[in-house]
Design a protein around this ligand. Structure first.
Ligand code: CMP
Length: 143
């Protein structure tokens, strides 16, 4: 299994609840390497651009209002099998359905405000990483 990258975003609810440290700790304890990380505030248009694939879905307006409601922390994570391992670590979209011990089970309030985003495929990870990080911010930190 090759080393893979995924995009994680600690969402505005995670930042507002002062959970950045707790979630980063859980990510690092699960052997993900942080390749790049920053704090940004998305505009409404920026959030719409990121979630373009969901445009037209009933939750699109609430999702993009929420994602532009405060700072968030996008980060690039590296690990063997990073995309699916990270989705396992964060748990189901709806915290009520998430496995015990997952990030969303531990900290999320609802399907809409669910603490963290993780890419759903290696292809989308590449697109999503490029949305937040220019190549110059993706240096090889662990070599
Ligand atoms: P995320 O992994 O960031 O990708 C899309 C987001 O839409 C998802 O997490 C949820 O936070 C949000 N969302 C809100 N309502 C729904 C819904 N009914 N189904 C799927 N995603 C939803």
């Amino acid at each position: 299994m090759a080393v893979e990258r995924t995009l994680a975003i600690l969402k505005p609810d995670c930042v507002r609840k002062d959970l950045i440290g707790a979630v980063v700790k859980q990510i690092q304890e699960n052997e993900f390497k942080i390749v790049s990380l920053k704090m940004v505030r998305l505009s409404k248009e920026g959030a719409e651009g990121f979630y373009e694939v969901h445009r037209g879905r009933p939750f699109f307006e609430d999702l993009t209002v929420f994602m532009s409601s405060g700072a968030c922390v996008p980060m690039v994570l590296e690990k063997e099998n990073a995309v699916s391992d990270f989705r396992k670590l964060i748990g189901a979209t709806d915290p009520a359905e998430a496995e015990h011990g997952t990030v969303r089970k531990l900290y999320a309030d609802s399907k809409g405000e669910n603490i963290v985003h993780g890419s759903d495929s290696p292809e989308n990870a590449g697109i999503e990483i490029a949305y937040f990080f220019p190549i110059s911010e993706l240096v090889q930190m662990h070599k």
